[in-house]
Structure formats: structure tokens, C-alpha cells
Design a protein around this ligand. Structure first.
Ligand SMILES: Nc1ncnc2c1ncn2[C@@H]1O[C@H](COP(=O)(O)OP(=O)(O)OP(=O)(O)O)[C@@H](O)[C@H]1O
Ligand SMILES: [Mg+2]
Length: 424
């Protein structure tokens, strides 16, 4: 039970960067982007500078200095922000890409479920692909025959077994891929976030299957997810990746907690207010923003449905009466999806000191998983005193918004509406 089945030492993967972006981007587009996205741009520049010092100029390390062991029967959850290097790590472990440095030792047959459809031959039917995958995993025809019905059953798409996989929808591909990976008795099952594509019922079926693969059959599972509840419930251990490196490892509850809370370590550059797009008279200004959970602890990554307090620090040349503070939340398409306004939502006349903070309370954060950017406008005495576009960005992870133990995961970047259903 306690054999080490995966051993990773000093693993690194470098990509050449810039090529794709530079080719497709005109100077104008690059400039607009620099203006619209000062933070990202700043980060790009720092990254470039950092790697520019080494001999290879356009190199970006998607994974670096990664070392860990996985024991037989463990369910290892891998979490981290978008771009942290999670998928890269799974691709390296699945031997889909080669490491730039370091070593990987794996004992046992690996089945991996990475991007939708990888591992399938699009021209072959569902049935043929089941046999192809089984053969790749070293099973005999007879062994696959024995599991065939179970696989088809689990996938729930038996009527499409003779159809070429290229005609499948992405949801159907995921169904088949998961069924194949989980039922062909791999010793190690590697699963990237693909489950997000399926519907809620299929997702919970997959999560249940993963759990039984690990606990009943004693197989090892590596699982990347943005679903913090699934990580906490399913995994025996978790890794947190940040900028390609492991920054925390251990008990899933602790790692998730650390991830959601650790503002300074994870988010230092984003916490600093970017003022390059700032305008206004300066009479009443923003000094800082903090996000706090119900316990009053600062968080840098938010969870759908959480009890959130946004602390807005301000300074004013006098003691303002009825000032306006407006927090605008935009999705990744820069569409305004939430507007938090003192002018409308504060009852009565707001009277402030000349320096301090106001707190905006959102009892159930209605944002779905995704990255959002925030603009702030402050007004006083009929004039705009401070206006900052894209002052910071926030990441939201999936959470139990409805308090039902179920999670919306098929959509990103949208709003959750609180509602209930009743049956007569
Ligand atoms: N083939 C590639 N060429 C260049 N850069 C790449 C390539 N694949 C990944 N990257 C970069 O490596 C970094 C890590 O990407 P990766 O897909 O591993 O992140 P992730 O943690 O899986 O993110 P997400 O949560 O969005 O899935 C990103 O900055 C990405 O742009
Ligand atoms: Mg990924």
C-alpha cells in the first residue's frame, strides 16, 4: 500500500514565449493591451526581464524545481490559479511533453484524461477507440471485452458507439474518455479539469467513481481542479502550484485554506494598487482594498457563495458627507457585471472621517469561477475625485453557493442568482 509509484525530482518545463503573441499582434493592439491591462503587462515585462538575464531569451518556465512523491492509493489534488502550470505538470507525467530538466519515475500503467479528446482517434468509432485505448494500456482483447459493457454503461452514450468520435460533442467525448480511463484498470489515473465540460450529474458520477477507484481498488489518482469542495472531499493530499512551482503541499484542507487566504505570498503584485490609469481631482481618494472572509481573515482568492467583506481604504481633504464609492466588477470580456454603489445601497446619509475605511458586505458572493477585474470610481461634491480602471483583478473559485453540496461548474465568468425550487 505504501509503495512510491510516482517520483518527481527537480522537474522543469520551459517554453519559448512571445512567438505566438508577437506574430498575431499589431503594434496598435499591443499598445491598447498595455493600456487596458497595466497589471498583466507589468507582469509580462518583469517576467521577460527575469528570464532575459539568462542566456536563452524568450524562455518561460511553465514548471520549475518540482519535486514530490506519490504513494500507491493516494488521491493527490493539484490546485493553483490559471496559468500556474497544473496542466503542464500533468502532461509531463503523462509523457505527452518532455521535461526540459529533472526526472520522472513512474511505476505502473497510467491512464490520463487531459484536454478533451486527447487519446482518441477522431476517425474511429467510440467502440474502436475503447479497444484502442485498452490495447495501449496493455489489456488483451478479452480483458477489454469483459469491461466493454461497463464502460459503455457508465458513459451513458451507448447509442453513439458506432459513430466516429469526431462527430461527438465535447460533453460526449468527456463521458467516453472518463469511462475508458476509469474502467480500464490503470494503476495511475491522471485527470485534468475536463470534468468541467460534463453536466452536473455526470460530474458527480465521475467524482464518485474516482473515489471508489482510489479507496476500493487502491489505485492512485492525480486530479487537477478549481473545485475546492471536490479537492477537500476527494483528495488525501494536495499540492498548490504558483508560477510553476510547488508553494504548499499537505492536507487538502490546509492547502486549500492557504490558497484562498494567502494574499501576500500569492498575490503581492496584484494587491498593490495600479495607478497608471488614474484620474480625478484627488480630493477623496482610494488608499487600498482588502478582501476579508467571515472570520475577518484577508483572502486573495474568493469562493462562490462566500460571505465577503470588501474593505475600501480612503483619504479625504475634509470629512466627506455623502461621498460616492463605486466598485465595478468586470468579467474577462471586460463587460460590467456587478456594480456596488454607496449612493444606492447605503441607507441614509453617509458621513465619513477624513481618513479610514468603509466596508462593503456581500453575504453570498454571486460570482462564478473565473477572473474578474475591478474599477473604482470615487466622487465627492459633484466631481470625480478618483477613478482607477483595472485597479486589481480577483480570482474566484467554485464554491457551494446554494448550500446544497452541489456546485455549478459548467459555466465561467457569470453570475449566480439565489433562488429556490418548491414542489407542491
Ligand atoms: N505549448 C505552450 N507554449 C508556450 N507556453 C505554454 C504552452 N503550454 C502552456 N504554456 C504556458 O505555461 C503556463 C502554464 O500553463 P498551464 O496550462 O500548465 O496552466 P494551468 O495551471 O493548467 O492553468 P489553467 O488553470 O488555466 O488550466 C501558462 O502561462 C501557459 O501560457
Ligand atoms: Mg490547465
Amino acid at each position: 500500500m505504501n509503495n512510491t509509484v510516482i517520483k518527481v525530482e527537480g522537474l522543469g518545463k520551459a517554453y519559448r514565449i512571445g512567438l505566438k503573441e508577437q506574430k498575431s499582434e499589431t503594434l496598435f493592439a499591443a499598445l491598447t493591451k498595455a493600456i487596458k491591462k497595466p497589471l498583466t503587462n507589468f507582469k509580462n515585462i518583469t517576467n521577460l526581464r527575469k528570464f532575459g538575464n539568462s542566456n536563452d531569451e524568450d524562455i518561460f518556465w511553465a514548471n520549475r524545481n518540482i519535486s514530490f512523491d506519490v504513494k500507491e492509493g493516494e488521491v493527490l489534488g493539484i490546485i493553483g490559479k490559471n496559468g500556474a502550470g497544473k496542466s503542464t505538470l500533468l502532461k509531463l507525467l503523462s509523457r505527452i511533453t518532455q521535461p526540459t530538466e529533472g526526472r520522472i519515475e513512474i511505476t505502473g500503467k497510467v491512464a490520463s484524461l487531459l484536454e478533451v479528446g486527447t487519446g482518441f482517434n477522431p476517425d474511429l468509432s467510440g467502440k474502436e477507440n475503447i479497444y484502442l485505448n485498452g490495447t495501449i494500456l496493455g489489456l488483451t482483447k478479452k480483458e477489454i471485452d469483459q469491461r466493454y459493457n461497463e464502460i459503455v454503461d457508465f458513459s451513458g452514450i451507448e447509442q453513439f458507439m458506432e459513430t466516429p468520435v469526431k462527430r461527438y460533442s465535447s460533453g460526449m467525448k468527456v463521458r467516453l474518455a472518463f469511462a475508458v480511463a476509469a474502467h480500464l484498470d490503470p494503476e495511475i489515473l491522471i485527470i485534468d479539469e475536463v470534468l468541467a465540460v460534463g453536466d452536473a450529474e455526470f460530474q458527480s458520477k465521475c467524482l464518485g467513481k474516482m473515489q471508489s477507484v482510489a479507496s476500493k481498488e487502491g489505485r492512485t489518482v492525480l486530479f487537477v481542479s478549481h473545485d475546492m469542495a471536490a479537492i477537500k472531499n476527494l483528495c488525501t493530499r494536495a499540492l498548490l502550484l504558483q508560477k510553476g512551482t510547488i508553494v504548499k503541499e499537505g492536507n487538502p484542507n490546509d492547502v486549500v485554506d492557504y490558497y484562498l487566504r494567502n494574499a501576500n505570498v500569492l498575490n503581492a503584485s496584484e494587491k498593490t494598487i495600479d495607478t497608471s490609469l488614474r484620474s480625478g481631482s484627488g480630493k477623496f481618494t482610494l488608499q487600498g482594498i482588502e478582501f476579508l472572509n467571515r472570520k475577518g481573515e484577508e483572502v486573495s482568492v474568493l469562493e462562490s457563495g462566500m460571505d465577503l467583506f470588501i474593505k475600501v481604504f480612503y483619504k479625504c481633504q475634509e470629512k466627506p458627507v455623502n461621498p460616492v464609492i463605486n466598485i465595478i466588477v468586470r468579467n474577462s470580456l471586460q463587460q460590467e457585471i456587478m456594480n456596488l454603489l454607496t449612493r444606492i445601497a447605503y441607507y441614509g446619509v453617509m458621513k465619513l472621517r477624513d481618513e479610514g475605511f468603509v466596508t462593503c458586505h456581500i453575504p453570498k458572493l454571486p460570482l462564478m469561477q473565473g477572473r474578474y477585474s475591478i474599477d473604482i470610481t470615487m466622487k465627492y461634491d459633484f466631481e470625480i475625485t478618483d477613478e482607477i480602471e483595472n485597479v486589481l483583478s480577483i480570482d474566484v473559485e467554485k464554491g457551494d453557493f446554494y448550500g446544497t453540496g452541489k456546485i455549478v461548474s459548467s459555466m465561467r465568468d457569470g453570475l449566480l442568482v439565489y433562488h429556490t425550487w418548491h414542489v407542491d
